[in-house]
Each structure stands twice: as C-alpha cells, then as structure tokens.
Ligand binder design. Structure first.
Ligand code: SAH
Length: 421
C-alpha cells in the first residue's frame, strides 16, 4: 500500500463496462473531476441511461491517450490482456476486484471541502474500508471546510503562521453531540446514538441515563456526571455549557448524554444555541422519549381513536424548581390525553389544583414508573388519588391523564401493574 496520495487531476480515465459495478466506479470517479469516458458492449445498469457511453466491443486502439483504465467487465481474459499491455499503451490499470491486476485502488473517502480522508484496505475488503470511513465521517465536523478555505487563502497570500492557526484548527476539530439516550436500556438506544457514544472523548452525563449505556463509553472517555446527586456538587447550566465549550475547543468529541429524547424538556436550545454562538459544531441525535416508551410499557394509547383526539406533553416542574399546573385547564371537557413529566413529587398539589379548577377528579390517571428499567411499574387510578398512587411507585415516572388510561386495561403491558380504585 502506498501512503502517498498522488495528485491525479486531471487525468483521462477510461471505464470499460456499463453494469452495476461499473456504475459504482463511475460515481466515485465523478467526485474526482477527472474526465471520464465509458466503453461498453451494452448498457446493463440504469445509471448509464443518461450518460454518454460508446457502444462497441473492446479493441486495443480504444486505449490510446488514457492515463487510467478501469476494467469493470468481469471478463478475466480482458483483465489479463490489459495488464500485459500496460507498458505499451502507458496507462495505470484497475481490474475491479482483482487486486493482483491493479496499479491503484479505489478508496472510501470522506470530504470536507478540500480536505479528503481516504480509507483503503488495499483491495482486501472495500466494505471494511467503508465502515471505517463512516466512523470517521461521524466526528469530522463540516466546519473544517470553511476553515480550510481561509487557511488556503492565507497560504496563497504567503501569510503562514502555523502557531496562530492552531487554536482555530483545534476548535474546528471539536464537535458536541447532544444525544438522546432513551429511557433506560441499551435496547432503546438508536444505532446512531450507539455509534456516536463509542467514539466520545468526553461525556457529560445526566441522571436519567441508564447504567448499561455508560458501559458503552470507551475506557479512555472522560466521564462527568453533571446531574444533581446526594452530597455531590450539581452543575449549573452555565457550568455545563462552559465544560462543553472547553473540551470542544480542545478538539475533542464531546457527548452530552440525556435521558429520553433531547427535544422533550431536554434544554437543547440553551446548550446548542450557546455552542453555535461560540462557533462550535453541534449535532442533535434523537432518542426514544419516556413519554412514548412509558405509554407503550403501560399499554396506554395516547391517541386512541374515538377516545383521545391527541396528546399533550407538559411538565409539572419548570425553571427555578417551580411547580406549575396551568396545564390542568386543558383537562376540562378535554378530548386529549395529557402526559405530565416531572410530576411524581407534586402528586398532592396536582390533585388540589384540579379540585380548585373544577376539573373532575374521576378522570383516569396512571403513573408509569422506572420505564424500560429492570423494575418497571404502572399504577392506575384517577386524578383524585394521585398522592396514594405516587406512594405505590418510585421516581422517575410519567403521569398520564385521560380516558385513554382506562382503555389500557385491555392492553398488554410490561412489568408490574397496580390498580387503585
Ligand atoms: N428528555 C426526557 C425527559 C426529561 S424530563 C425524555 O424525553 O424522556 C425528566 C422526566 O422524564 C422525569 O421527571 C420523568 O417524568 C420522565 N422520565 C425520564 N426517564 C424516565 C424513565 N426511565 N422512567 C420514567 N420516567 C422517566
């Protein structure tokens, strides 16, 4: 394998064949800006329908004037003939899938402007090379493209000061991933989140992220638990933002691991907005929210046809630890199912609030506790007995209120189910 990337532009390329394999090669060549000519006996792949293909059997004079020849015909005899006559016609050859008859290989590439990372397995396994390329692409920020343009301009103007460019290069290499880790188990993690968690250098972890998910972090990954924990310092939003910024500026892959989906009461706007303002690249990765996983665990269909016209997701706990219950107004003659997050500690207050607002206390309600964990539990009752229900289960829990809750009794559910009258 040659570790020297050669400047091959512009070199005239001849592709022989117009089948499926040839189409793959043609797509890759298109990215290289090299002029491409195609010779084939017949077109066997739709890709070539709108391309210019010379339809003719192979003959040696077709080789005149080409620098690179790619034989994608699968014709063994032709491959060998081309290899034997290389010197005569002065071309470099690639007989697809026959490494012994190749002067050069196709590599899996990822580009950010002029920056090109090329992964080759020396013809041994293009699939493996693509897998490695995909992994690199996950953390290679798009911001590298504009930075590279700037550095190129400076270089052309003769202003090269590697020392002064270093901080901006390092900053552009850093990236922050705001990752939804689902309600608890690895089983509810998305594949994209899984792949990303594996490549993190630093992880800032929320309390609701499941233990087994943390086991996926690499041993070198710096883990910082930023949630409130008994006897430990709990980080303010500003401190969390500061940590993400600091590590991203060092050029690291920073993961902000959040329970459920980051877009559901996940403070994403505060964090992503701050980082974007600081010129740091941010990627959001969705997760399974406890709102939906909890309904499923308990057998509650929040949008049950004929019973509930839709679902509202609210929180009983807003900024500055304040309890709030304006959402109770939605329950009066409501066609909807209400899903309340962060409600478990306020069970008594919610019942009181409902009473004060004249909301019927007979509306069915359920606490769905420890969703997706080894000890899931649902407690079913009504708005009038929330305090009693909360005592039957532990945090974290979601509260579901509405007629759809009653219908769940006919549905399959996971874990323990307690029904209070
Ligand atoms: N982004 C999260 C919600 C964050 S707010 C999501 O999409 O799920 C935190 C609240 O989510 C908790 O108070 C609780 O109501 C709910 N919650 C999160 N994980 C839970 C779990 N495993 N079991 C029960 N409730 C959960």
């Amino acid at each position: 394998m040659n570790p020297l990337p050669l400047a091959l532009t512009p070199k005239k390329i001849l592709l022989i064949g117009a089948g499926k394999v040839a189409a793959q090669k043609a797509r890759a060549i298109l990215e290289s800006d090299c002029p491409l000519f195609i010779l084939a006996k017949e077109v066997r792949d739709d890709y070539f329908l709108d391309k210019e293909v010379k339809l003719a059997p192979f003959s040696p004079q077709e080789l005149e004037g080409f620098d690179l020849i790619i034989d994608a015909t699968g014709d063994e005899a032709l491959g060998r003939w081309l290899w034997e006559h290389k010197k005569e016609y002065r071309y470099w050859l690639n007989v697809v899938d026959v490494p012994a008859l190749c002067d050069f290989y196709f590599s899996a590439t990822v580009r950010r402007g002029d920056l090109c990372v090329s992964v080759s397995s020396g013809g041994a396994s293009p699939t493996l090379a693509q897998g490695v390329r995909d992994k690199i692409a996950r953390f290679l920020p798009s911001l590298l493209a504009p930075l590279l343009n700037r550095l190129k301009e400076e270089r052309q103007k003769g202003r090269i000061d590697p020392k002064s460019a270093l901080p901006s290069i390092q900053k552009a290499l850093g990236k922050v991933f705001l990752i939804g880790c689902g309600p608890h188990s690895v089983g509810n993690l998305t594949l994209k989140a899984l792949e990303t968690i594996e490549i993190l250098d630093v992880a800032l972890i929320d309390a609701l992220v499941g233990e087994e998910i943390l086991n996926l972090l690499s041993p070198q990954c710096l883990q910082i638990s930023v949630s409130k924990q008994k006897g430990c310092h709990s980080y303010t939003q500003e401190e969390i933002n500061g940590l993400m910024l600091r590590y991203a500026k060092e050029g690291l892959n920073v993961g902000r691991l959040k329970g459920g989906d980051p877009m559901v009461f996940g403070r994403v706007a505060e964090e992503a907005g701050f980082l974007m303002e600081q010129g740091i690249e941010v990627e959001l990765l969705s997760g399974v929210t406890s709102f939906l996983a909890g309904c499923l665990q308990s057998g509650i269909t929040p949008t049950l046809r004929g019973v509930s016209a839709g679902a509202l997701v609210v929180s009983a706990h807003l900024k500055e630890s304040r309890f709030h219950d304006e959402w109770l107004a939605w329950l009066k003659d409501s066609p909807y199912t209400l899903v309340v997050l962060m409600a478990h500690s306020f069970a008594r207050e919610i019942t009181l609030g409902a009473k004060n607002r004249g909301v019927p206390l007979t509306i069915p309600a359920a606490f769905v506790s420890k969703i997706d964990s080894p000890s899931p539990k649902s407690v079913i009752g009504n708005l009038g007995c929330l305090e009693e229900m909360a005592k039957e289960c532990e945090k974290p829990a979601i509260l579901v209120i509405g007629e759809a809750v009653k219908e769940s009794l006919r549905m399959p559910y996971v874990g323990e189910r307690v029904i209070l009258e």
